[in-house]
Design a protein around this ligand. Structure first.
Ligand code: C2E
Ligand code: MG
Ligand code: MG
Length: 617
C-alpha cells in the first residue's frame, strides 16, 4: 500500500541521515518510533479490514486515499481499481455528495456532519447508512481531506418506522370510531374548532347537525347488537355520501352522529342538506336478512347565531334534536331560544328518571271507578306518580313517554304492578273492598315475550288472586301488532284477570280484531267525554262506543267525568261506569283509605253499600 511504503521509506531516509550522530541514542529512538508507527499501522489495517463500517478518506480533489474493505465491497471495486483514483470516476453516483462534502469541510467550521444514504447490498437488500463525515486538518489547521465513517442503521430505521406506524395507528384509533371509521368525539372537537376559526375569519356560518336514530334501542334489543352495529355502519356510510368532502361527519357515541357544514352563507342550504339526509336515511336497508327502515331526528344549531363555542352549539343542537323527536321523529328542527327551558328540563328529567327507582321516588295514586246506576265503587285505577325532590309531584304524562323511549318503562311498570298488587292485598286483608285494581301497561312492557310469566310471578309473590287485578292497554298499543296482542291477552285472560282497552276512540281500531280480543272493558277516552255537551260529533262517538261495547258484551267506562250533567247524560246512554274528578281525583293510599268508614267506601259522607255489589261487574 503506498501510504505504508511512504512512511517506511521516510523512516529509512531519516535513519540514514542520522547514522553518524550519536548512533546508539538515535537508533534507540528510531526503533521506538518505528515500533509505534508499526503498531498504529497495524491498528489501522485491522480497522480497515474488519470494520463493518464504510470508512473512506478522500483528498480535496476527490482522490480516494484510503478505504475500508467493506467500503470497497459495497462499491464493488478492488484495490487496484480504486485507491488513488478519483472518486468522481470510480463512484459516479457519489459525485454530488462528494462535492458537497468537500465544500462543507473546507468552507464551514463544522467539526462533523452527517448524511443518510440508502445502499444496495450484494444480495439485493437495501440498507440505510448513516455517514458521519469530518474534515482532516494539518498541523497548520488546513483541511486536506474528508474522512467518512458510515454505519448500517437499517435495523434502527426499521424499528423507528415500525414505531412511527404504530404511533400513527394509535393516533388513528384515538381519533376515529372503531365501528364506523368516522371521526370520533375528539376529532370532531378538533375539526369544529378549526372550522369555527375559519368561519370567524371569513365571516361565514357553520351549521352543526346532531342526528339521533329514532327507536334505535328497539332495533338493537329486538334484532341483537350485531344487527345494531351493521345499521350504524350503514348509516355512517349514507351520511358520508350525503355531504361534501369538506364537511365533517362524526359519531359521538351510541346512535348519535354529528354533521358539521362549513362555509354556510344561506340557511336554505342547511335545510336542503338536512332534508337530503332525512330522505337518504329513511330508505329501507337490509340488515341481517331483515328490511329495516330507520329514521333520524335532527337538531341544528348555527354558528355564530346559536353559540360562539362548540359546547354551546352542541347543547343547543341537542335541545333542537329532542324537539324534533317530540315533533314525531323523522324531522329536523333548528334551535330557537324559546326551546331552551323545556328541552333542558327534558334532558335533566332523563338523568333523574334513571335513578328514581333506586331512590324509591315513585308512588301510586288511586282513582275510584263508580257504577253510574248505583253509585257504588266498582274498582280503582292505579296511576303512577313521581315524587321528585326538586320538582315535586311529576305527572306521568311528562315522564311516561320518556320512560317508554328510554326503556325505563319496563322496570318502572314492573314496580307499579307489584306495588298495586301489594296494596290491593293489604286492603283485602284489612276487609277494605275496592273492587278490581286496574294497572296501566305501556306498549313496551306489554310486548315483552315473558310478560304473562312476570305477572304470574308478581301475583304469586304478593299472594293476590288474579280476579282482583285488571290490566289496561291503550287502543293504539292493542292494534299495533294485533296478532301478537291476541296471544298475549289470551295468556293473561286464562290466568283469570280482567283486561281493558284504555283511551278507546283515540286510535284506529279494527272491529275484526276487537272482537277477537279476550277483553272485558272499553274505556272511553276523556277527550270525548269532555265535549259531549258542546260537540255533537263527540256525543255521537260516545254513544256509538257504548253501543258497540254492549254489542260485544263489554262493559264501558267513561273517563274524565267532571260534571253531574256529563254523568247524567252518560247514564241515560247506558254507560256502565264512570271515573273522573266529579267523584274523586287520584288519591294517595292514605287519602283513599280516609274514605273508608267501617269497611265501606263513601264520598262526601255518602256511605256506599259495598256488600251490594258483585265483584268485577
Ligand atoms: P289514563 O290511563 O287514561 O288515566 C287517566 C288519566 O286521566 C289520569 O291522568 C287521571 O288523573 C286523569 N283523569 C281522571 N279523571 C279526570 C277528570 O275528570 N278530568 C281530567 N282532566 N283528568 C282526569 P294521569 O294520572 O296524569 O295519567 C295520565 C296517563 O299516564 C294515564 O292515562 C296513563 O296512560 C299513563 N299512566 C299513568 N300511570 C301509569 C302507569 O303506571 N303505567 C303506564 N304505562 N302508564 C301510566
Ligand atoms: Mg288508564
Ligand atoms: Mg285513559
Amino acid at each position: 500500500m503506498p501510504y505504508k511504503n511512504n512512511a517506511v521509506g521516510l523512516i529509512k531516509k531519516v535513519r540514514k541521515l542520522f547514522t553518524t550522530v550519536n548512533h546508539t541514542e538515535i537508533t534507540e529512538r528510531f526503533r521506538l518510533a518505528e515500533q509505534a508507527l508499526w503498531a498504529s499501522e497495524t491498528y489501522l489495517n485491522a480497522i480497515l479490514r474488519y470494520s463493518p463500517a464504510l470508512i473512506s478518506v478522500k483528498d480535496l480533489d476527490g482522490n480516494v486515499v484510503l478505504a475500508s474493505d467493506h467500503f470497497k465491497l459495497m462499491a464493488n471495486i478492488d484495490d487496484a481499481g480504486f485507491v488513488g483514483k478519483n472518486i468522481f470516476d470510480v463512484y459516479p453516483k457519489d459525485v454530488a455528495q462528494s462535492i458537497c462534502d468537500i465544500d462543507t469541510a473546507t468552507k464551514t467550521k463544522q467539526q462533523t456532519f452527517e448524511v443518510e444514504l440508502d445502499l444496495m447490498h450484494k444480495d439485493g437488500s437495501m440498507h440505510t447508512y448513516l455517514m458521519v463525515k469530518f474534515p482532516l486538518r494539518s498541523k497548520e489547521n488546513r483541511v486536506f481531506g474528508v474522512c467518512t465513517i458510515g454505519t448500517d442503521i437499517s435495523e434502527r430505521k426499521l424499528a423507528e418506522n415500525a414505531l412511527r406506524e404504530q404511533q400513527s395507528r394509535l393516533n388513528y384509533m384515538a381519533f376515529h370510531d372503531s365501528l364506523t371509521g368516522l371521526p370520533n368525539r375528539s376529532l370532531f372537537y378538533d375539526r369544529i374548532y378549526h372550522g369555527l376559526a375559519r368561519a370567524r375569519r371569513s365571516n361565514s356560518k357553520v351549521a352543526l347537525m346532531l342526528l339521533d336514530i329514532d327507536r334505535f334501542k328497539i332495533i338493537n334489543d329486538s334484532l341483537g347488537h350485531d344487527a345494531g352495529d351493521l345499521m350504524l355502519k350503514a348509516i355512517a356510510m349514507r351520511l358520508n355520501e350525503g355531504v361534501r368532502d369538506m364537511d365533517t361527519v362524526a359519531r359521538l357515541g351510541g346512535d348519535e352522529f354529528v354533521v358539521v357544514l362549513e362555509g354556510v352563507h344561506d340557511i336554505e342550504d342547511v335545510i336542503f342538506v338536512a332534508n337530503k339526509l332525512l330522505v337518504t336515511l329513511a330508505r329501507p336497508m337490509e340488515i341481517s336478512g331483515h328490511e329495516i327502515t330507520s329514521t333520524v331526528s335532527i337538531g341544528i344549531s348555527i354558528f355564530p347565531n346559536d353559540g360562539e363555542v362548540t359546547d354551546e352549539l352542541l347543547k343547543h343542537a341537542d335541545i333542537a334534536m329532542y324537539k324534533a323527536k317530540e315533533a314525531g321523529k323523522n324531522n329536523c328542527q333548528f334551535y330557537t331560544k324559546g326551546m331552551n327551558a323545556t328541552a333542558v328540563n327534558y334532558l335533566l328529567l332523563e338523568n333523574d328518571l334513571r335513578r328514581a327507582l333506586e331512590l324509591n321516588q315513585f308512588t301510586l295514586h288511586y282513582q275510584p271507578q263508580i257504577d253510574l246506576k248505583t253509585g257504588y265503587l266498582m274498582g280503582v285505577e292505579a296511576l303512577v306518580r313521581w315524587q321528585h325532590p326538586d320538582r315535586g309531584l311529576v305527572s306521568p304524562a311528562h315522564f311516561i313517554p320518556l320512560a317508554e323511549e328510554t326503556g325505563l318503562i319496563v322496570p318502572i311498570g314492573e314496580w307499579v304492578l307489584r306495588e298495586a298488587c301489594r296494596q290491593q292485598k293489604l286492603w283485602l286483608d284489612a276487609g277494605k273492598k275496592v273492587g278490581k285494581i286496574a294497572v296501566n301497561l305501556s306498549p313496551r312492557q306489554f310486548r315483552q315475550k315473558n310478560f304473562p310469566g312476570k305477572v304470574e310471578a308478581i301475583l304469586r309473590e304478593t299472594q293476590l288472586a288474579a280476579e282482583y287485578l285488571e290490566l289496561e292497554i291503550t287502543e293504539s298499543c292493542a292494534m299495533e301488532h294485533a296478532g301478537e296482542t291476541i296471544n298475549q291477552l289470551n295468556q293473561l285472560n286464562q290466568m283469570g284477570m280482567y283486561l281493558a282497552i284504555d283511551d278507546f276512540g283515540t286510535g284506529y281500531s279494527s272491529l275484526a280484531y276487537l272482537q277477537r280480543f279476550p277483553i272485558q272493558k272499553l274505556k272511553i277516552d276523556r277527550s270525548f267525554v269532555n265535549d259531549i255537551h258542546d260537540d255533537m260529533n263527540d256525543a255521537a262517538i260516545t254513544k256509538t262506543i257504548i253501543g258497540l261495547a254492549h254489542s260485544m258484551q263489554l262493559r264501558v267506562v267513561a273517563e274524565g267525568v267532571e260534571t253531574q250533567n256529563q254523568a247524567d247524560w252518560l247514564r241515560q246512554c247506558g254507560c256502565d261506569q264512570a271515573q273522573g274528578f266529579l267523584y274523586a281525583k287520584p288519591m294517595s293510599p292514605i287519602q283513599f283509605e280516609s274514605h273508608f268508614h267501617g269497611g265501606r267506601f263513601c264520598f262526601d259522607g255518602t256511605v256506599i253499600p259495598l256488600e251490594n255489589y258483585k265483584m268485577g261487574t
